[in-house]
Design a protein around this ligand. Structure first.
Ligand code: SF4
Ligand code: SF4
Length: 441
């Protein structure tokens, strides 16, 4: 059954099958206790069981047992999951919800019939753009021309997009500012400032080098200042997080294999990742490639080497910064750092080490901001609803800066600050550390 442009339909007879079906051992671990409910942003917003982890798992079980078909309305409850994995942290029974929803979405995506527009858009975004750095660079170049030529102001001022399609208008307003400075991921090796303490391979990522070039350069400055030689593997690829969030595990595995080859050949001591979502994805390559006899062991080796930048700096340990910043800072835990990697203390430790920084905790720091893979596009309305709650909490801190550690969160929080007219800057934790270092070279 095919539907009109952009809509999708699901074969209601969908049952889980094949190697990527949710693992029954994982599925039946859930004992329905409900401890996860209050951690779930979609449950907190709606109060509905079907929008809770427990409800979504119950639907997975029902489809697995053939009691219900995966109709459009069943799938909608899984689609609304932000995949933030806060429920995993709250669960006393150790239900690996991230694995379950990942497998479920891959089953759904393989059977989802998109309308013509949806199929083309999905193919372009997931299989032709995300895995191809050259094409992403061209797209970023075009976006920069659009932003700097004045065309963006004309389009925004005219209100035309809003009249044509609120979704398109939202996408346009969410476009990150493309800076002139890119981070060149072309096989460079950056020597440490003083004596070498370690040698790491750095994931440059797919979108970060284009929209966060200055921030990636800051990461390299921080590492080299701390005696770390930085290798940026030439043949590295996107980590695959966007594809796996959308249920496209085949492309994710291709990208993972490319990264295994590119990173292990560097002979580095560790692989450092400055984006929480990418780090979480790479730390789980071992599970992703467990059925691939050629790559299984190499993937496990790579996953064991991956370190989030904050985790790495604290373990190093990093040189305490001396430049005074005088900011009131609050910190938003990226879900893929706090929930998927269980890293919450190191970013705060870095912030507290900066002279003049006053760290004020956000009341809902552990709750998702509403970003998450392609969620801001596919579930725009709900993403903004979750963002509303986040921005209220940000406002109440009276902070000058919201710090975070993931590009999706950074963009979402910037959108929230701009939309609500809040006089708050949104920065990476590493930007603040770099700023402090640069005040006292
Ligand atoms: S991953 Fe997040 S949004 Fe999805 S069920 Fe778990 S807590 Fe809720
Ligand atoms: S996922 Fe865990 S916390 Fe949630 S209902 Fe099931 S067992 Fe309880």
């Amino acid at each position: 059954m095919s539907t009109s442009a952009g809509e999708s339909s699901i074969d209601p007879r969908l049952l889980f099958s094949g190697p990527d079906a949710p693992d029954e051992a994982d599925l039946y671990k859930c004992v329905h206790c409900g401890f996860c409910l209050q951690a779930c942003p979609t449950y907190l917003e709606t109060g509905l069981e079907t929008e809770s982890p427990r409800g979504r798992i119950a639907l997975m079980k029902a489809v697995n047992e053939g009691r219900v078909g995966a109709t459009q309305s069943v799938v909608k409850h899984w689609d609304l999951c932000i995949q933030c994995r806060a429920c995993e942290v709250a669960c006393p029974s150790g239900v690996p919800y991230g694995r379950l929803i990942g497998a479920t979405m891959s089953q759904v995506e393989s059977k989802r019939e998109l309308g013509m527009f949806g199929a083309v858009a999905s193919d372009i975004a997931l299989r032709r753009l995300a895995p191809n750095q050259g094409r992403l660079e061209l797209l970023a170049g075009a976006a920069r021309v659009y932003q700097r030529s004045g065309l963006q102001s004309v389009v925004r001022g005219s209100g035309l997009l809003k009249r044509l399609s609120p979704s398109l208008d939202h996408m346009e307003r969410s476009l990150p500012d493309v800076p002139a400075t890119k981070f060149k991921a072309r096989g460079q090796v950056v020597k440490p400032r003083d004596e070498r303490r370690a040698r790491v391979a750095l994931l440059s990522g797919c979108v970060m080098p284009l929209v966060n070039g200055p921030e990636m350069n800051a990461v390299v400055r921080i590492l080299t200042r701390n005696g770390v030689e930085v290798v940026v593997p030439k043949d590295q690829a996107c980590c695959g997080a966007i594809n796996s969030h959308a249920g496209d595990l085949a492309t994710t595995r291709d990208l993972a294999r490319r990264n295994v080859d590119a990173f292990l050949s560097t002979g580095a001591d560790a692989i450092v990742v400055a984006s929480a979502g990418c780090g979480a994805r790479m730390k789980e390559y071992d599970h992703l490639l467990v059925d691939d006899p050629e790559y299984r062991d190499k993937a496990a080796q790579l996953s064991a080497m991956v370190k989030d930048i904050h985790e790495y700096l604290v373990e190093l340990p990093f040189e305490p910064p001396e430049g005074e910043l005088n900011y009131r800072v609050t910190y938003q835990d990226p879900c893929h750092l706090a929930n998927a990697q269980r890293i919450t203390a190191p970013p705060r430790q870095i912030l507290r080490s900066i002279p003049g920084v006053e760290l004020v905790e956000l009341s809902n720091a552990a709750v998702c901001c509403g970003a998450g893979g392609t969620y801001t596009i596919t579930e725009r309305e709900f993403s903004l609803r979750v963002l509303d709650s986040k921005m209220k909490a940000v406002k109440s801190t009276d902070a000058d800066v919201v710090a975070t550690a993931n590009p999706g969160c950074l963009l979402q929080l910037k959108l929230g600050a701009q939309r609500d007219g809040l006089p708050v800057q949104v920065k990476y934790v590493t930007d603040l550390l770099d700023e402090s270092y640069r005040k006292r070279p």
